[in-house]
Design a protein around this ligand. Structure first.
Ligand code: PGA
Length: 248
């Protein structure tokens, strides 16, 4: 039985005040939540969240990392620094980073490796654009994104990787993939992993992301191969986020 994971991706939305309110709100409802809950905060707030979630079931993640261990990389943040603030997860290869910051699949693979080398669990994001979906390229795109990681770190490393399928056309658009559309791609991803190792394929959590909210989470998460969600907009309101966590 795979565990259910719900992760919040706050993106570039936070202030000391809003973080306080959001975390306290989430903590107040955690007794009714059985899924694994992760909040991925912007770097400057990791320390604040670390302190707020002490002794709770809520886990901390970052949203990006640099693949290098240390050195002259002005403005960048390493895996070790993230770990230093109590984070155990890191989002890697989010479509906003792939498109706005030109992160290639090989760079994403390097970042996954750096995370794993430092005992951080990567939340590896994959997904196709609307154009690619309409051209029938969904599986080719997702396979290329995942194969780049398998090639660098090996299939065995997927014991410690969480995949998030996030169709780019569904992110922040209010246009969710239907449970059938999402399930089909999740099953494809699992079969792709299964070509290298069936037991790893069965054990790897695959989350759905893209306009998941309190209203549609149940239906999505109850699909056979959807093991939770990576939540953007709806993760910024404690009540909505908790509702999704309870769906798991
Ligand atoms: P969204 O974002 O839930 O706001 O669509 C999801 C994500 O980008 O991870």
């Amino acid at each position: 039985m795979r565990r259910t994971i719900v992760a919040g991706n706050w993106k570039m939305n936070a202030s000391k005040e809003s973080v306080n309110k959001l975390i306290l709100g989430i903590l107040s409802g955690m007794s009714e939540v059985s899924s694994e809950v992760v909040v991925c905060a912007p770097f400057p707030y990791l320390s604040q969240v670390e302190a707020l979630i002490t002794h709770s079931q809520v886990k901390l993640g970052a949203q990006n990392l640099n693949a290098n261990p240390a050195g002259a990389f002005t403005g960048e943040v390493s895996a070790n620094m993230i770990k230093d603030f109590g984070a155990r997860y890191v989002i890697v290869g989010h479509s906003e980073r792939r498109s706005l910051y030109r992160e290639t699949s090989s760079l994403v693979a390097e970042k996954v490796k750096a995370a794993l080398d430092n005992d951080l669990t990567p939340l590896l994001c994959v997904g196709e654009s609307l154009e690619q979906r309409e051209a029938g390229e969904t599986e080719t795109v997702v396979a290329e994104q995942i194969n780049a990681v398998i090639e660098l770190v090996g299939i065995g490393a997927f014991r410690n990787i969480i995949i998030a399928y996030e169709p780019v056309w569904a992110i922040g658009t209010g246009k969710t993939a239907s449970p059938e559309q999402a399930q089909a791609v999740h099953l494809f991803i699992r079969s792709l992993l299964g070509e290298s190792n069936e037991s790893i394929a069965q054990g790897t959590p695959i989350l759905y992301g893209g306009s998941m909210n309190a209203g549609n989470a149940n239906e999505l998460i109850s699909c056979a191969d959807i093991d939770g969600g990576l939540i953007g907009g709806a993760a910024l309101k404690a009540e909505d986020f908790l509702q999704i966590c309870k769906a798991g």
